[in-house]
Ligand binder design. Structure first.
Ligand code: ATP
Length: 230
């Protein structure tokens, strides 16, 4: 189980997240919604242990995130263009070995995912030679390569077409069925309706709505959340 308890995060004098509490059980998919700058990425950085909350805490399976727990976490970061000079295969070896996965397992899993996404021919290509959509698939695979029990996905669907969104959702549901804990962010409530049980909406760092999608959808639409680039 993932627990965020009364978390606050300040960048210097600026409060990016304040009074944030929620929990996500095993086998549950939890969505974090909000406009640009609402604090979604900041929340994920606290979950990953990359930022220490100024107040409150984050725990996964009753432990603070550390080198010990991070092996079980898969993190798809929002920035899609990291390490673009590496080949797909080398990038995956790099990510996988950081999570203590054997080289053999990384290569076996990589082949499986590349085939599934229909991009096997790009294995030895540099990331920068791939289209944005295919780079996003690689970033998604990099979050799955250690077969995580906690999956943290920052805007996994942004810029994807409907077919690719469906393909990602199918994979996310499979991880759920295997008992993984899943949290993701999105700008759009419509993206997440079909598969996400619980949602929390952040506005300027503060939680403003929380609950099942069917109960909060109307209220959410009233807030008219504006996003640059959508
Ligand atoms: P987006 O959808 O645009 O990525 P977000 O919901 O992920 O937005 P965050 O990236 O968490 O939002 O940013 C929350 C707020 O904190 C924003 O106002 C942002 O400008 C600010 N912020 C983020 N990172 C830093 C930083 N390193 N130093 C100072 N302020 C920051």
């Amino acid at each position: 189980m993932l627990e965020v308890v009364n978390a606050k995060l300040m960048y210097g004098d600026f409060t990016a997240v304040d009074g944030l509490s929620f929990s996500v059980k095993k086998g549950e998919i939890f969505g974090l919604l909000g406009a640009n700058g609402a604090g979604k990425t900041t929340t994920f950085r606290m979950i990953m242990g990359l930022l220490q909350p100024t107040e409150g805490y984050v725990k996964y399976d009753d432990k603070y995130v550390s080198y010990e727990t991070v092996d079980k976490i898969g993190y798809m970061i929002e920035e899609r263009s990291l390490l673009t000079k590496m080949t797909v295969k080398n990038l995956m070896l790099y990510y996988g070995q950081l999570k203590n996965v054997s080289k053999e397992d990384i290569l076996k899993r990589l082949d499986m995912w590349l085939n599934r996404f229909g991009i096997a021919k790009y294995k030895d290509k540099k990331i920068k030679e791939l289209s944005k959509g295919n780079q996003q698939k690689i970033q998604f695979i990099s979050a799955l390569i250690n077969e995580p029990t906690l999956l943290v996905l920052d805007e996994p669907f942004s810029g994807l077409d409907v077919i690719n969104v469906e393909q990602f959702v199918e994979v996310i549901k499979e991880f759920k069925d295997k008992g993984a804990t899943i949290i993701f962010s999105s700008h759009q409530i419509d993206h997440v309706e079909s598969f996400c049980e619980q949602l929390l909406v952040l506005q300027k760092g503060k939680p403003i709505l929380e609950g099942q999608i069917k109960n909060i959808k109307k209220e959410y639409k009233k807030h008219n959340i504006k996003v640059v680039g959508d």
